[in-house]
Ligand binder design. Structure first.
Ligand SMILES: Nc1nc2c(c(=O)[nH]1)N[C@H]1C(S)=C(S)[C@@H](COP(=O)(O)OP(=O)(O)OC[C@H]3O[C@@H](n4cnc5c(=O)[nH]c(N)nc54)[C@H](O)[C@@H]3O)O[C@H]1N2
Ligand SMILES: Nc1nc2c(c(=O)[nH]1)N[C@H]1C(S)=C(S)[C@@H](COP(=O)(O)OP(=O)(O)OC[C@H]3O[C@@H](n4cnc5c(=O)[nH]c(N)nc54)[C@H](O)[C@@H]3O)O[C@H]1N2
Ligand SMILES: [Mo]
Length: 768
């Protein structure tokens, strides 16, 4: 393995390096002409929605090219001229491919033809679409119960494909619809539904123009939502106070130069964070409690100056119990757990106490912690105290990941079927949809592992590398009779398979989708509940057999229901020929989509309704915004133990590894690094640059990830960080966030030992 190179962390995001990097990716992979043309069509009011992230586009004016460096990489990855065609699979056996790194696999290019792996075969071979659908139909119809099948969705799937897919799955007879949300913002959905009555953020992009204070917890926007930096820089420029809460002081949270404002390239960078809170991993509740203790103290000193009494009295409940829980939290625990100084916490409290309109943003650093759901309840507590809901410039902002993960949920991809959806489907399509909850990601893995589930079907994603406990999940997939992946590119999940396996090549969002009634567009929903059009412009290329996701679902449904009374329930053929018909069904069965076909054709699309944002209405169990009374969790480390979090590098999209560099953090040429505090390195008897093995500890079980190079880094004591998905092998299948069942990817107890040479990297985890 090559030795990763270590430079220094950058302090400014964007600027000329970001431009150069976008150009390199766009021109290198996609070819010069395709590259420039696609970049200029990104996130415009016509053209396609960037598959990079779910940050919204400005409602009004858009700059000529509303793209960012990592959006450019996502386009280049999909627009690549390289091909993983039938010849590629003839040359490389499944065994060989499973030993390639994720980076290497991704560089194979776009899938072009449906491929099958027959029982005991060594290579995937070409199969016709008809034969592929027949094969899946036979396996599905041969199950003793529809609940023996699992239908996964990743978050790039359009509303149209997602709606057709959930309709097919429910008509087939199961709610086994796990999705990437289960691993992502499920904690936000659960906590917000309980607290404010809707599992979505309550702000619009415009609110950022009015906020005087913005808190950003557990998010690295410079890398994962680069267009958010423009919004933050504008807010900071106008004088808004920005507080970053993160064990790492990520580059994008420090300073920013807009890569598209040519006149600013050489000028000074905009400072983003007013205050940085480098707390220990998993201690966000302790910090929030500390801030709220301060606020109560300030309120006592100057009554009426901090709390919004009118709001608390008329709009909320549970205040007394909550206030008691804050009083109960003691400073010693708070300071020990966070490792922050009392002065630093007070500095944050003072900013927040003066705020008249505050937005709190968060992402995976919160949702994937052991206490993720409880942490989000504390975030809402802080907002409720000051009445930061239902007024301009204030509210909660869970920043979503995949570009349509929120939309997929809105149109029915959910293992817990909402009652109104079930009733509406029943009425419109005249069948009895299943009402029992289905399996989420973690439970689906367990069901396959134990043999209870026998067929696995994935609409996108990389179920092997994204999920926890890589070895356990690999075994789960191997125990099935059939694995099917609808994918744009090969990934590791294709090579750890059931008795039989299929790979079905799909059109990407950048590509023209031509059906019988003409070129189709699809629709997506961003992080702020704006639903809008997306239409591919690139030619899918010659001599290829890719199908749209909608076409795959419709043809599969036809094959599965053929000759049964279910065949007549839905007109799959017409839906496939004209996506307007799918949108008509959505219009009639999903709340908020009235006149969908008309409204979504308006420039910029439309906002879905949101009780809290629109009318300060809390549709909770009690009809009020709900305060929550919880304790400060204590993470008790034994000598030698550390707490580990997994993070994304600047050169990846989830399990797709664009390159081996993490420019902002100063790492190049490798990913098997562990970021560590200098004093811990010394105290544990290691040296900077040494190779170590990592062991995770959970309820007496251990798991090992071998060979990581120590990198001395600015990170709080007792905290370490490694990259996702290299770290997934360490995440126990039973380590889940309470209530959301999200795998705990962000707070694992680990110990380190010098790397032993016997350790080898097994196939299901050979990432870099
Ligand atoms: N280029 C690019 N864009 C992406 C993605 C990508 O992989 N690449 N992925 C997309 C997806 S699906 C998602 S969900 C989002 C993810 O976006 P992020 O949530 O920004 O992604 P992570 O790298 O997981 O970053 C989590 C942040 O949380 C911090 N953190 C870790 N532990 C803790 C903790 O205990 N407390 C606090 N306060 N902070 C902590 C880490 O230091 C890191 O800065 O991005 C989306 N956009
Ligand atoms: N340790 C650790 N694990 C994590 C996380 C973490 O922070 N730490 N984050 C979690 C999070 S937030 C998420 S969202 C999940 C992500 O989990 P997934 O969504 O399952 O994973 P991705 O890597 O985004 O999926 C990439 C694959 O999707 C396919 N693909 C790309 N575009 C399309 C398309 O348009 N259509 C179709 N059909 N296929 C397409 C390609 O074949 C590609 O290989 O991972 C989770 N896992
Ligand atoms: Mo995500």
């Amino acid at each position: 393995m090559d030795r990763p190179k270590v430079g220094s962390q950058k302090h400014t995001a964007g600027g000329i390096p970001a431009i150069l990097s976008s150009m390199k990716h766009a021109f290198g992979e996609a070819g010069v002409i395709r590259g420039t043309r696609e970049l200029t069509r990104l996130n415009q009011k016509t053209g396609f929605d960037c598959p990079g992230c779910a940050w919204p586009d400005p409602d009004g004016h858009r700059s000529f090219t509303e793209f960012c460096e990592n959006g450019a990489k996502a386009i280049a990855e999909e627009g690549t001229t390289l091909r993983a065609d039938p010849d590629f699979f003839k040359i490389h056996s499944v065994q060989e491919l499973s030993s390639w790194s994720d980076y290497h696999i991704g560089k194979a290019g776009r899938l072009t033809h449906p491929m099958v792996l027959k029982p005991n075969a060594s290579h995937y071979e070409q199969i016709s679409w008809d034969e592929a659908f027949t094969l899946i139909a036979e396996e599905l119809n041969g199950l003793s119960s529809p609940d023996e099948a699992i239908f996964y969705t990743s978050g790039r799937t359009s509303n149209e494909a997602a709606y057709a897919y959930q309709l097919f799955v429910r008509l087939f007879g199961t709610n086994n619809l796990p999705d990437c949300s289960n691993m992502c913002h499920e904690s936000s959905s659960v906590a917000l539904k309980d607290a404010i009555g809707i599992g979505k953020g309550s702000v619009t992009l415009e609110d950022f123009d009015h906020a005087d204070t913005i808190l950003i917890l557990g998010q690295n926007p410079g890398t994962n939502h680069p267009r958010m930096l423009t919004t933050l820089a504008q807010a900071a420029h106008r004088g808004a106070k920005i507080i970053s809460v993160n064990p790492l002081f990520e580059t994008g949270l420090q300073n920013f130069i807009h890569p598209q404002h040519f006149w600013r390239w050489l000028g000074p960078a905009q400072t983003i964070s007013t205050l940085h809170m480098p707390l220990r991993i998993g201690s966000d509740i302790a910090l929030l409690k500390g801030i709220m203790k301060d606020l109560f103290e300030m309120e006592d000193a100057r009554p009426g100056s901090v709390l919004n009494h009118e709001f608390i009295r008329t709009k909320t409940d549970g205040f007394e119990a909550f206030a008691e829980s804050v009083r109960k939290a003691d400073w010693q625990t708070i300071l020990e757990q966070t490792s922050l100084t009392r002065e630093r916490i007070r500095a944050a409290s003072e900013i927040i106490a003066q705020s008249k309109s505050m937005i709190i943003c968060w992402a995976m650093g919160i949702t994937q912690q052991t206490e993720g759901v409880a942490t989000i309840r504390e975030i809402v507590n802080l907002l409720l105290m000051g009445g930061h809901f239902g007024r301009p410039g204030a509210g909660c902002c869970p920043v979503r990941g995949h570009s349509n993960v929120q939309g997929d949920r809105s149109v029915g991809i959910w293992e817990k079927p909402p009652k109104p959806l079930i009733t509406a489907l029943k009425e419109r399509f005249q069948f009895d949809p299943p009402t029992e909850d289905g399996l989420d990601v973690v439970n689906a893995i367990k069901a396959m592992h134990s043999g209870r589930a026998k067929v696995f079907f994935a609409m996108g994603g990389n179920f092997l590398s994204a999920t926890p406990d890589s070895e356990f999940t690999a075994q789960a997939l191997k125990n099935t009779r059939l694995t099917v992946h609808c994918s744009t590119k090969p990934n590791r999940a294709h090579f750890v398979h059931g008795t039989k396996a299929l790979i079905l090549p799909v059109l990407g969002r950048t590509e023209v989708d031509e059906q019988k009634s003409g070129e189709q567009f699809v629709t997506v929903e961003d992080s702020m509940s704006v639903v809008h059009m997306s239409q591919g412009t690139l030619s899918p290329g010659d001599n290829q057999q890719k199908l749209s996701e909608v076409a795959i679902v419709c043809r599969l449904a036809q094959a599965v229901f053929k000759g049964t009374e279910k065949a007549a329930k839905v007109n799959w053929q017409q839906m496939m020929e004209n996506y307007d018909l799918i949108r008509d069904h959505i219009d009639k069965t999903i709340e908020g989509f009235l006149n969908y076909n008309r409204r979504v054709r308006e420039p910029g699309g439309f906002y879905l309704p949101h009780g809290v944002r629109d009318t300060t209405t809390f549709n909770t169990e009690t009809g009020f915004g709900r305060f929550y009374a919880g304790d400060v969790p204590v993470i008790d480390l034994q000598p030698g133990q550390l707490i580990l979090t997994t993070i994304r590098s600047h050169d990846q999209f989830n399990t797709t590894i664009y390159g081996l560099n993490d420019r902002y953090r100063g790492i190049s040429n490798g990913r098997r690094v562990i970021f560590m505090n200098e004093s811990d390195i010394e105290q544990l008897g290691f040296v900077d640059g040494q190779w170590i093995d990592i062991t995770s500890h959970f309820r007496g079980e251990t798991r090992v990830a071998p060979k990581f190079m120590i990198v001395k880094y600015e990170i709080p004591r007792k905290c370490v960080a490694i990259y996702y998905p290299e770290g997934n092998v360490l995440v126990p299948i039973d380590a889940v966030v309470q209530k959301s069942n999200t795998p705990v990817y962000k707070s694992l107890i680990v110990t380190l030992t010098p790397a032993s040479n016997e350790n080898h990297i097994t196939k299901s985890m050979a990432h870099s």
